[in-house]
Ligand binder design. Structure first.
Ligand SMILES: [Zn+2]
Length: 148
């Protein structure tokens, strides 16, 4: 599969997830609670249901950010700049591109900028990342982002 196909698939996948999440979040809280109990092993009081819901918004933001990255990668592909590091201009490691098809940074630069999608579970990375303005909601959601 070539890069463009992979990116387009990823884009489609993310758009589907975002759409599903958005629909899920339009469900009134009472119904939403029933939904939650299907996969939430912990008994929940109303406070934690609201909390869970807020967490979902954080997750949605993450997916939207990732979709933005995929779109950006597609644009770079069209412009013939795909696979080159946005910061230092060197080619991005092939293994890294394979794993993160929408990355715009080489491993070295990503470490410097603390790309939150490489190590999503680390709070310090997340708060230092582009989404830091989301505050607590984002930090909480970061832990679960790859669990589902
Ligand atoms: Zn670089």
């Amino acid at each position: 599969m070539d890069t463009k196909t992979r990116l387009l698939q990823k884009k489609q996948e993310l758009e589907n997830i975002i759409k599903a999440k958005q629909q899920q979040m339009m469900i009134p809280l009472a119904e939403f609670t029933d939904e939650l109990s299907l996969y939430d092993e912990h008994p929940a009081d109303i406070g934690s249901e609201v909390f869970e819901r807020e967490k979902d918004f954080g997750i949605l933001e993450l997916y939207e950010l990732e979709l933005e990255k995929v779109n950006n990668a597609l644009e770079r592909l069209e412009a013939g700049k795909y696979g080159l590091c946005e910061m230092c201009g060197n080619p991005i490691e092939p293994a890294r591109l394979q794993r993160l098809s929408h990355t715009t940074l080489c491993a070295g630069c990503a470490r410097q900028t603390q790309d939150e999608f490489i190590r999503p579970a680390e709070q310090d990375v997340i708060t230092a990342g582009a989404m830091a303005d989301l505050g607590e909601t984002f930090q909480i959601s970061g832990h679960d982002f790859y669990d589902h």
